[in-house]
Design a protein around this ligand. Structure first.
Ligand SMILES: Nc1ncnc2c1ncn2[C@@H]1O[C@H](COP(=O)(O)OP(=O)(O)O)[C@@H](O)[C@H]1O
Ligand SMILES: [Mg+2]
Length: 299
C-alpha cells in the first residue's frame, strides 16, 4: 500500500477563476513518487494555469492542493528548492556559457542539501547527462533549439528536484530533437525516481513519456489512466475494409473480431484484401475532448 509519503502531488477540487471567467473546475488528481504524469489537453485547456498553481506562482480560487506535502501558496524556500521548474522557454543569460550558468545556479541549492539528497548536481555530470558536453563552454545564445531545451531541463534539475514540472517541453523542437528529449526525460525518471508532471497537447508524446495520462479539456479532467485504461474507457470504433467480388466495402464497428468472423462465414473465400484498423488512443482522445466540448457547450 502506498504511504502518505508516496503521494507527491495531491490536487483535490482545484478551481481557478480569472475575473469572472472560470478556467479550472474541480480539478482532482494525484501523483506518486516516481510517476511520470502527462497533463494532456488542447490549447487553452488550463494546463499552464494548473502547473503555475502547483509551482506556487499563482494563487488558486478554491480547492485543496498539496505538493510534497505542502500547500504551494505557503511554500517557503526550503520547499521550493525541492522542485524543478521548466517554463515555456526563457531567453535570458544569452552571453553566459553553459557550464558557467549551471555552476552558478547550482550554488543556490548547496544549502538545501540533505543527508539523503546531495545538492546541487555536479555541473559536469549534469552537462553530460543532458548531452551538452560539447557545448559546455559555448555561449547560450549560440545553442540550437534542441540544445537550448536541454539546457532548460538542466536548469530545472540542477537542484536535484524530487518533483519536476515541464510545461510543453518539446514545443518547437524538430522530430530528431524531440526524440532525444524523450530519451532524456525517460532516463531522468528511471535513474532518480524523480516525479515528473509535464504538459503537452501532443498525444503521441504523452504516450511515449508518461506512465499515466490525465486529460484536461476546458478546465475539467475528463480522463485519467494509463494509455491502455484510456483506450478501454471508450469503446472505440474499429474500421474493417474488405473487397468482395471486385468491389470495396468499409464498415465501422465496436466488435471487429465478431464482424470479420461473420463476414467470412457468409462469404468465405470470395473475400480478398481484408484490413482491420483498431481504434487508436488518438481516436479515444479526440472522442473524449469532443464529448467534453459538447457537454461544456450545453452547461
Ligand atoms: N492571466 C490570465 N488572465 C485571464 N485569463 C487567463 C490568464 N491566463 C490564462 N487565462 C485563460 O485561462 C485559460 C487556460 O489557459 P492556460 O492555462 O494557459 O491553458 P493551456 O496551458 O492549457 O493552453 C485560457 O482560456 C486562457 O485564455
Ligand atoms: Mg500552456
Amino acid at each position: 500500500m502506498a504511504t502518505h509519503e508516496d503521494v507527491v502531488l495531491d490536487v483535490d477540487g482545484l478551481r481557478m477563476r480569472y475575473g469572472t471567467k472560470d478556467v479550472l473546475h474541480d480539478v482532482t488528481f494525484q501523483a506518486r513518487r516516481g510517476d511520470v504524469v502527462a497533463l494532456l489537453g488542447p490549447n487553452g485547456a488550463g494546463k499552464t494555469t494548473t502547473l503555475e498553481i502547483l509551482e506556487g506562482f499563482r494563487n488558486r480560487s478554491a480547492g485543496r492542493v498539496a505538493v510534497l506535502g505542502t500547500d504551494p501558496a505557503h511554500g517557503g524556500e526550503r520547499w521550493r528548492a525541492r522542485l524543478g521548474v521548466v517554463l515555456q522557454s526563457w531567453r535570458d543569460h544569452g552571453k553566459w556559457r553553459v557550464r558557467e550558468l549551471l555552476a552558478y545556479l547550482g550554488g543556490y541549492y548547496a544549502r538545501y542539501s540533505t543527508p539523503g539528497i546531495r545538492r546541487p548536481v555536479d555541473p559536469d555530470e549534469l552537462i553530460t547527462a543532458v548531452g551538452l558536453a560539447d557545448q559546455a563552454q559555448q555561449q547560450i545564445r549560440r545553442l540550437s533549439g534542441g540544445q537550448r531545451r536541454r539546457l532548460d531541463v538542466a536548469v530545472g534539475i540542477v537542484g536535484r528536484p524530487e518533483l519536476l514540472f515541464l510545461d510543453e517541453p518539446t514545443a518547437g523542437l524538430d522530430p530528431q530533437a524531440r526524440r532525444e528529449f524523450h530519451d532524456l526525460v525517460a532516463r531522468l525518471a528511471a535513474d532518480n525516481q524523480t516525479t515528473i508532471l509535464l504538459t503537452t497537447h501532443d498525444l503521441d508524446e504523452a504516450q511515449r513519456l508518461a506512465d499515466r495520462i490525465v486529460i484536461i479539456s476546458r478546465g475539467r479532467i475528463i480522463a485519467d489512466g494509463t494509455a491502455e485504461q484510456l483506450a478501454q474507457q471508450i469503446a472505440g470504433q474499429d474500421e474493417v475494409r474488405w473487397t468482395l467480388g471486385g468491389q470495396r466495402f468499409a464498415r465501422s464497428t465496436e466488435q471487429s473480431t465478431r464482424f470479420v468472423f461473420d463476414l467470412f462465414r457468409e462469404h468465405g473465400d470470395s473475400i480478398t484484401d481484408l484490413e482491420v484498423r483498431r481504434s487508436s488512443l488518438e481516436d479515444t482522445y479526440l472522442t473524449l475532448v469532443h464529448q467534453a466540448e459538447l457537454t461544456g457547450a450545453a452547461s
